[in-house]
Design a protein around this ligand. Sequence first.
Ligand code: DO4
Ligand code: MG
Length: 282
Amino acid sequence: MHLLGQIKPTGTVIAAVIEGATVRPIPEHTMLDLIRRSEVQKEPLGALAMRLASRHAEEHVPVLPVTPPEVWGCGCTYQSSASFRDAEHGTKEGMYAHVYREARPEIFFKGTARVCVASGQPIGIRRDSQFTAPEPELAVILGSRGRIAGYTLANDVSAWDIERENALYLPQSKIYDACCALGPVLVPAEEMPDPYALELTCRIARGGREIFAGTVSTGALHRRIETLVDYLTRANHVPAGTVVLTGTGIIVPEDCALQPGDRVTVRIAEIGELVNEAAVVG
Ligand code: DO4
Ligand code: MG
């Protein structure tokens, strides 16, 4: 399995093959260039990357695996997310259960590259939120016409108290500076064995001590990823490079609400670890 990403060796972002602590740069190509070229040349993304990569290995910390023109989130795709939110909201009508059950999924705009951070960079806690939580999620990177080009990890960091106050506040709970962590790398779609058989874990450490650990299997995802992408792209021609977050199945309790300095680790063995420290933004 090839792990691909992006690096910024001289102020310009370029793609790279990631091989443990070292990387092999792919000159003159961003990840988006590679994805487009693999489609035009009908060459698998991993094979193309290997063919174009420099022979020499260098040491660079990967930046965002793709610079997304748009990021979209899917919600209530795991039963745990829907039932937690209905309980939080105290609504009798079960608004979240409704979208969990019905054919049309919840899909919301999460932002652009402006609000995205890579592994190792701080994730944001809004100054006006007391209950911000990580949402560890499997994410897909789209090529043209909604084709799934690769898989990565995401942290859909969200101000749950703002969402809880009123559902119409969802955009404010979801979209703000450093609200979306992506990375550390991507796995080409054709090389991912089974996206519905991945163990996803999330850990929060405070002052070096683990205060939360949760696990979910992507087998519990209630939707096919293709269905999420299908609804997203109905009458909505998202550009290549768009990232889609598939929803959280891990719910962090309120007594583990993020505090500045908390270290959040999201892990899928096949992709790696997305590690970010929380910091107040505002
Ligand atoms: O409706 C709220 C957002 C849900 C969400 O982001 C998730 O389930 O992951
Ligand atoms: Mg989410």
